[in-house]
Ligand binder design. Structure first.
Ligand code: GDP
Ligand code: MN
Length: 398
């Protein structure tokens, strides 16, 4: 699960990282009010940032500076409602604008291959790190945390020196890197990214300006399987920005992943679902989704699954492959027939149900008398029929 920047910032603050003050508003008037209070406490300007789950907001016009409450209100009315990569902006983060001297990239990711947390840093912060990674991977410095002891001081210092952050910034960098690691572990995150981690000039009225490291952006994704033990993070979920298909699938406890092909798959068991997809590919077809309706699937789950599959306009045929164990064939067959009656869009469906109550399932499907439903004797037969059906049906109007 991805977190909004303002949520991620709060989790960084909770681990003691230097995150500048900020407020969140969802109206231009709210942005104006927040701006007034930041300007009153000495800020010269404020920065306004669109709150979205997608990156590259700066380039898309979602990050703006303002020097007066009027300017901020104006800028906010441009940003709110803006469409960035298909998502409408509904919230703006307001913060005193930082006077940036340098920008770095710093992140912790889960390195599954190494089975360790990986700290990554780069002196080219602020820009899209994906571009650097593709063009000059050697520019990204890497240090693996110790699997039991965590990120050790010397490891953090190694990263600091690799980024040229010795001297006055060394101690602060070490504490930021270690805080990043703690944020990762404490929240079961698989990514915590600060881009930019900036050297910021702080005005010091009666002395030379001080420079300090600050986290000016925050991106975080949480391991979905760990959300059960983080009620407070689950509450940060932004359903409005998630794909409605994903939301419906999660509510019904279905594992559903949309793919690019034309053959919708309804299968019970992750392994059988993978095998079914392999066989479709071998027969020259392309699966439109991965779907595991789970053991003991009841009629209502089947109905939701069918709705999710048909929500994809590329689907031209559906292959149902059920191995009845705990799931009963007759339950699934009833679910299919019911779902079929409720759907407006009909595509050919090939059904293979074996195992518990398979005979009854065949009878139910037969009695439904739906000419678009074919049954199959075995999996090869089912796959062949589904691929053939998908090839003859025209795509639905998008
Ligand atoms: P992103 O584009 O979605 O990653 O959004 P960021 O928060 O990283 O902002 C993009 C860029 O805007 C940063 O790399 C900075 O150059 C600039 N920026 C962000 N915050 C400030 C700020 O407080 N002051 C100034 N001067 N620039 C900022
Ligand atoms: Mn950024």
């Amino acid at each position: 699960m991805k977190l909004q920047e303002y949520h991620a910032r709060r989790l960084l603050l909770a681990q003691g990282l230097p995150v500048p003050d900020f407020a969140v508003a969802d109206t231009p008037a709210g942005v104006r009010e927040a701006t007034e209070s930041f300007l009153a406490t000495g800020a010269g300007r404020v920065v306004l940032k669109a709150q979205l789950l997608v990156g590259g907001r700066g380039k898309a016009g979602g990050v703006k500076l303002a020097a007066t409450p009027e300017e901020a209100e104006d800028a906010a009315s441009q940003i709110l409602g803006m469409d960035i990569k298909g998502t409408i902006v509904r919230r703006v983060l307001v913060a005193p604008a930082a006077d940036i001297a340098a920008e770095f990239y710093l992140a912790c990711v889960l390195d599954r291959g190494a089975r360790r947390v990986l700290l990554m840093g780069c002196v080219e912060g602020g820009v899209e790190i994906e571009v650097v990674a593709a063009e000059r991977p050697e520019a990204i410095k890497q240090v693996h945390a110790h699997p039991h002891l965590g990120l050790l001081d010397y490891q953090a210092r190694t990263m600091a020196f690799a980024l040229g952050l010795g001297g006055t910034h060394l101690r602060s960098f070490v504490s930021i890197a270690k805080g990043l690691y703690r944020t990762m572990v404490a929240n079961d995150a698989d990514l915590v990214e600060i881009n930019p981690l900036a050297i910021v000039r702080e005005p010091a009225p009666d002395a030379l300006p001080r420079e300090e490291l600050q986290c000016l952006d925050a991106k975080m994704t949480i391991d979905d399987s760990a959300l059960e033990r983080h009620v407070e993070i689950e509450a940060m979920r932004d359903v409005a920005e998630e794909d409605p298909v994903d939301v419906a699938a999660r509510e019904q406890g279905l594992s559903f992943i949309r793919l690019e092909g034309t053959i919708g798959c309804m299968v019970n068991g992750a392994g059988l679902a993978m095998t079914t997809m392999d066989l479709i590919k071998r027969a020259g077809g392309e699966p439109a989704n991965f779907l595991d309706i789970g053991g003991g699937a009841k009629a209502d789950k089947v109905e939701t699954a069918m709705r999710l599959i048909l929500a994809d306009p590329h689907v031209r045929a559906i292959l149902v492959n059920i191995f009845g164990g705990i799931a009963r064939g007759d339950e699934v067959a009833h679910g299919l027939v019911d779902a079929r009656r409720q759907q407006e869009r009909h595509v050919p469906m090939v059904v293979r149900i074996v195992g518990t109550n398979a005979d009854e399932a065949a009878r139910i499907l037969d009695e439904a008398g739906d000419p678009d439903i074919q049954t199959a004797l075995n999996l090869d037969d089912a796959v062949e029929k589904a691929v053939a059906a998908a090839a003859t049906v025209a795509a639905a109007p998008a």
